[in-house]
Design a protein around this ligand. Structure first.
Ligand SMILES: NC(=O)c1ccc[n+]([C@@H]2O[C@H](COP(=O)([O-])OP(=O)(O)OC[C@H]3O[C@@H](n4cnc5c(N)ncnc54)[C@H](OP(=O)(O)O)[C@@H]3O)[C@@H](O)[C@H]2O)c1
Length: 301
């Protein structure tokens, strides 16, 4: 089994590379070797490597809103090109999308059938990408995720948590990239069962049972809850982790006064169809923090 992973250094991509090691032959080019804004480069990479599975985790970072051309290239055009090529060659495909397809004003968690209502460039581009992939006829598993973090994000969150909370009040399920990668592998295994991963088996299973799924950790919190738990982990366990200023959480404004964005994704379909459940956000965060401590002093923020 040969897997081509785009976005190898990202929160999800880096974990996929690690977790597929030993299960498959992993081809994971860095951006300068496979730039998804270049359609010809995508086509020649797929033809050259002839993968049995393509996983696309590439994402524009914080600059997405100020650079709409690149955002459209990465999140709308590249997924279309990848999917058309995958369809032509019968290659199964995993692609990640976002809660930003929704405007965040719904009171309850978003389900797969909710009508998209993107309120920014990033969400609109991702929606175009999703639609192109589904239209292409490629065997695709399209996983919508939200609020992903990696271990090294946590010190920044602890140090600047107050400022981030005020700037981006949100509620949802903070999800460790490691758990997204693990749940992706579990979903693929559930699709093929005991027969094991294989290109044709995955392709036919995805044609029958693939499509759009929401993926999120169990339980919900908001930015203040997330920052509060990090602050409390830092003070309970943080001897080894030097932190800058931990905000005084009780002094922060409440979400009600700020207008909180709803990023909750209801992952019931993933549990029902594949039996895959991610850990609660609290247990994942506790474990990620322990790993941060194990790494010693984190990078300075
Ligand atoms: N993080 C979240 O909270 C969140 C929320 C909703 C949805 N998602 C979706 O989840 C998926 C994974 O996100 P993530 O958090 O793992 O992303 P991430 O940590 O920001 O990593 C993105 C990766 O994509 C690469 N990349 C960016 N532009 C590229 C290009 N033109 N060509 C090739 N590679 C490129 C980056 O390369 P460099 O290392 O060179 O920059 C990086 O390795 C994405 O589809 C994202 O939209 C994430």
């Amino acid at each position: 089994m040969r897997v081509l992973i785009a976005g190898r250094d990202g929160r999800v991509g880096s974990e996929l590379v690690r977790q597929f090691d030993g299960i498959a032959d992993v081809i994971a080019p860095v951006r300068r070797d496979l730039d998804l804004t270049d359609a010809d480069a995508i086509i020649s990479a797929v033809r050259q490597h002839a993968p049995d599975l393509i996983i696309n985790t590439a994402a524009c970072g914080v600059g997405a809103e100020s650079d709409p051309d690149t955002t459209l290239a990465v999140h709308a055009h590249a997924p279309r090109v990848i999917a058309e090529e995958a369809n032509r060659l019968g290659i199964p495909l995993v692609h990640y999308s976002t809660d930003h397809l929704f405007d965040g004003t719904k009171e309850t968690p978003y389900v797969e059938d909710d009508a998209p209502s993107p309120a920014n460039v990033f969400g609109r581009a991702q929606l175009l990408g999703e639609r192109a992939m589904l239209r292409s006829g490629a065997p695709v598993l399209l996983l919508r995720v939200a609020w992903i973090y990696r271990v090294r994000d946590l010190t920044a969150e602890a140090s600047y948590g107050g400022a981030q909370t005020v700037a981006t009040p949100q509620k949802g399920s903070p999800t460790w990239g490691r758990d997204v990668a693990a749940a992706t592998l579990q979903s693929l295994s559930a699709l093929v069962g005991a027969r094991g991963l294989g290109r044709d088996r995955l392709a036919s299973a995805l044609r029958e049972r693939g499509g759009v799924f929401h993926m999120a950790g169990e339980g919900w919190t908001d930015s203040i809850g997330f920052s509060s738990m990090i602050a409390s982990l830092a003070s309970d366990l943080g001897g080894a982790v030097p932190l800058l200023e931990i905000p005084t959480i009780p002094d922060l404004p409440t979400h009600e006064s700020l207008g909180c964005r709803n990023r909750q994704l209801d992952a019931t379909k993933l549990a029902r169809d594949f039996g895959v459940r991610l850990p609660t956000w609290e247990s994942a965060l506790r474990e990620a923090w322990t790993q941060l401590e194990g790494q010693g002093a984190p990078h300075s923020v």
